[in-house]
Ligand binder design. Structure first.
Ligand code: ZN
Length: 506
């Protein structure tokens, strides 16, 4: 009786914090979607206020030893199952938060908020030296954070743990090395292929309202519930969740390129489907939360790439696209369209990269940030290292900092250990998808007839509904029978692009 009461009390505290987090999410969503320009400063104060309220509420969660007493019972196996996961996961975040002194947290927040403005200016002026001092400061702070948080092998592990719990850098390094060894020669083969799709083929004039209603039709069809979510326009697309019954996804538009917006909205809808399928009854607790950034990204990339850039997907949607935009699509065959949307062109910019080159951008960033945190390289050498890796991996001469080392916002925000989750997402996605294909034998027929119900249900049943009940590695093993590896993604690329570009099979 007593024990049940204490667990109830813990859940109550967690739900209070989550309700505050919903307010925070709404403020940030509004900031990116609706907010008038002059509200920048007042909104920043409002956000900082709620943020610190959440932080102090969370640190007070164990004020009467409620959490530590429950954790003891879990350790003694007196509490098991879902409740033990709620307690252990909360304990984990609580102890990590406690390890960081308040003065440190404040210094990091101040430094990164200043760094953001400096980064924007440095990128505009194409001047890395402008960004260098504050970047060096952030790297020092992140090294400090790793020391506070603790690690056994590499300080990078402590940072990675915040985004991809239970994964250590040596594992990531091994998986990514395998992938790199495949990708570099594979990309050379594609460059030498005879077939060369022309991206200009599918350019045209596509009024934004028409694009928006096409997007909405696609997103609804794959199962995103618009009565429990919204689609809006923004500059940098994102998905955010106030509650599983209130999930906001966003996209941006280019009038000459219909795929620019559609690709990003399918991606965000993949994130949104995960959030909408989390169990409502566990809202606020770890059982109502996604597992990790890598697993989250696997959902968006599965819909965006494995499904959304497949021939079967477009067998269903292409006639609808042709009807909506007869110019230019009426004159382009499905086959040509399919080849063009899957064109492979190394670009210096990560966010413009295709499925083949994308992960080389990530591997480059992962190697650099790991070496920085481990003290093997210095921030002042970044432009030179960036250039040489760009040349080696993608065959690109990187001309300036703006399209090189300064292109991403992440490091200015102190996000070290975040980049690899993008590639891990691709790997999880293809490994899950390979299992799904076996378990839904007529999956291609279903996709080409616009029937996504079973896919959505499969993802919900196998991944979404569990919240954090399983770790990323135990879930992967449970669903696919194997640990995460690069084989499924490599096989997927080989099969798809060998057919697409008539490469010599090896
Ligand atoms: Zn994403």
């Amino acid at each position: 009786m007593e024990k049940a009461y204490f667990i109830q009390e813990l859940k109550k505290r967690l739900i209070e914090i989550s309700n505050l987090s919903s307010v925070l999410a709404l403020l940030s969503w509004d900031q990116n979607v609706n907010m008038p320009k002059k509200a920048v400063t007042s909104r920043a104060f409002a956000i900082a206020e709620i943020n610190s309220l959440i932080h102090s509420r969370f640190l007070a969660i164990d004020k009467d030893n409620l959490l530590s007493d429950l954790k003891k019972e879990v350790d003694e196996k007196k509490i098991k199952g879902g409740d033990s996961v709620i307690i252990s996961e909360t304990w984990k975040s609580f102890t990590r938060a406690k390890k960081l002194p308040e003065s440190f947290v404040r210094e990091l927040a101040e430094t990164t908020s200043r760094a953001h403005a400096v980064w924007v200016e440095a990128r505009e002026k194409n001047d890395f030296n402008l960004f260098l001092p504050v970047l060096s400061k952030i790297v020092e702070l992140k090294k400090k954070e790793a020391t506070y948080a603790g690690y056994t092998d590499s300080p990078y592990d402590a940072l990675l743990d915040a985004f991809e719990p239970d994964m250590i850098s040596r594992q990531v390094e091994n998986i990514l090395r395998e992938l790199k060894n495949f990708l570099i020669p594979f990309l050379k083969k594609i460059k030498n292929a005879k077939k060369k799709p022309d991206p200009a083929l599918i350019k045209g004039f596509f009024p934004i309202e028409k694009q928006a209603s096409f997007n909405e039709m696609v997103v609804k069809k794959i199962g995103f519930d618009l009565e429990a979510g919204r689609i809006d326009k923004t500059v940098h697309p994102f998905a955010t969740t106030l509650h599983p019954l209130d999930v906001r996804i966003t996209t941006r538009y280019a009038e000459d390129d219909v795929l620019y917006s559609l690709g990003s909205i399918i991606h965000e809808a993949g994130h949104g489907l995960y959030e909408q399928s989390l169990p409502v009854e566990y809202f606020g607790t770890p059982l109502g939360e996604s597992i990790s950034l890598g697993i989250h990204e696997s959902q968006s990339r599965m819909w965006e790439n494995l499904i959304g850039k497949s021939k079967n997907f477009w067998k269903y949607f292409y006639p609808k696209l042709q009807e909506t935009f007869p110019i230019p699509f009426k004159k382009i065959s499905l086959e040509n369209f399919y080849q063009t949307i899957n064109a492979v062109f190394p670009s210096p910019i990560r966010t413009e990269a295709d499925e083949v080159t994308y992960n080389l951008h990530i591997i480059l960033r992962f190697e650099i940030e790991k070496d920085l945190i481990e003290g093997k390289i210095e921030t002042k050498d970044l432009p030179r290292i960036w250039k040489s890796k760009m040349k080696e991996y993608l065959g690109i001469e990187n001309k300036d900092s703006a399209s090189g080392v300064l292109q991403d916002v992440h490091w200015s925000e102190g996000l070290f250990g975040y980049f690899p989750t993008y590639t891990l997402g691709n790997l999880y996605a293809s490994q899950f998808y390979a299992t799904m294909k076996k378990e839904i034998p007529d999956i291609n027929k279903k996709i080409s007839s616009g029937d996504f119900q079973e896919i959505k249900e499969w993802l919900k049943k196998n991944i979404h509904i569990h919240g954090k009940f399983y770790t990323a590695s135990s879930l992967t093993k449970k669903v696919t029978g194997e640990d995460l590896n690069s084989k499924y993604f490599i096989d997927y690329l080989k099969e798809k692009y060998t057919n697409l570009f008539g490469l010599e099979p090896r």
